[in-house]
Design a protein around this ligand. Structure first.
Ligand code: GRF
Length: 212
């Protein structure tokens, strides 16, 4: 069974979906720590309710970002985690951190990457007049939101939509696709090699597994 750590900063709906999938045995894994950089992240409460250990790393307690990342990395190494899952962790990780765990870090980003990297993706999609939006699970590399894409899910944008409408639709997809990708990783079906993602030994297309 794979040991998983999940990094969060907020509400933790993706965390909840992954916890539930581990609990029910869909994912052959165990969450050994939920790590947050925010003391008031609701995801910490979710973890505590599920009796999963939590760890808080606040920026104010470290001299700089790198020192903080090194402390988190040490915590992860001590636990001998096999997989690092970023689930709404709203702080950019240092290159040193991402390289230390290369091939073992996943992220979910609320856009159809490579479109709309970084923040405010919903606003960007609305401003551009897009008729669809979505979410992407990808491997993490030092360059923000740029690692190999594993799986995407698309949702429509209707003319009367506001950000909350689109976000709700995207999040409904996220809680389906993120546990699925973690499941693939935990059962050794998903690998990263030289910046590319492979499922069952087959190179995944640029936009990830074709799930339509
Ligand atoms: C998700 O929408 C994810 O795409 C983004 O941050 C959000 C986290 O939401 N990276 P939650 O904390 O899982 O509810």
């Amino acid at each position: 069974m794979k040991k998983i750590v999940v990094l969060i900063s907020g509400s933790g709906t993706n965390l909840q979906a992954i916890m539930d999938a581990c609990q029910s045995g869909k994912i052959n894994g165990k969450i050994v720590s939920v790590i947050s950089n925010k003391a008031d992240a609701y995801g910490l409460t979710r973890a505590k309710n599920a009796k999963i250990p939590t760890a808080l790393f606040e920026r104010k307690n470290f001299a700089n970002n790198l020192e903080m990342d090194r402390a988190i990395a040490q915590h992860i190494e001590q636990l001998e985690a096999d997989l690092v899952v970023l689930a709404g962790y709203m702080k950019i990780l240092s290159d040193e951190f991402t390289l230390q765990f290369v091939g073992k870090i996943l992220n979910i980003h609320p856009s159809l990457l490579p479109k709309y990297k970084g923040l405010h993706t919903y606003q960007q999609a609305l401003d551009a007049g897009d008729t669809e939006h979505g979410t992407t699970v990808h491997f993490v590399t030092p360059e923000l939101d740029s690692g190999a894409i594993i799986l995407q899910a698309k949702v429509p944008i209707f003319p009367e939509d506001d950000i909350a409408d689109i976000e709700e639709r995207v999040k409904a997809q996220e809680i389906q696709i993120y546990p699925l990708v973690v499941k693939w990783f935990a059962s050794d079906r998903l690998k990263e090699k030289e910046g590319k993602a492979y499922l069952d030994g087959k190179l995944l297309p640029e936009n990830g597994y074709a799930n339509e």
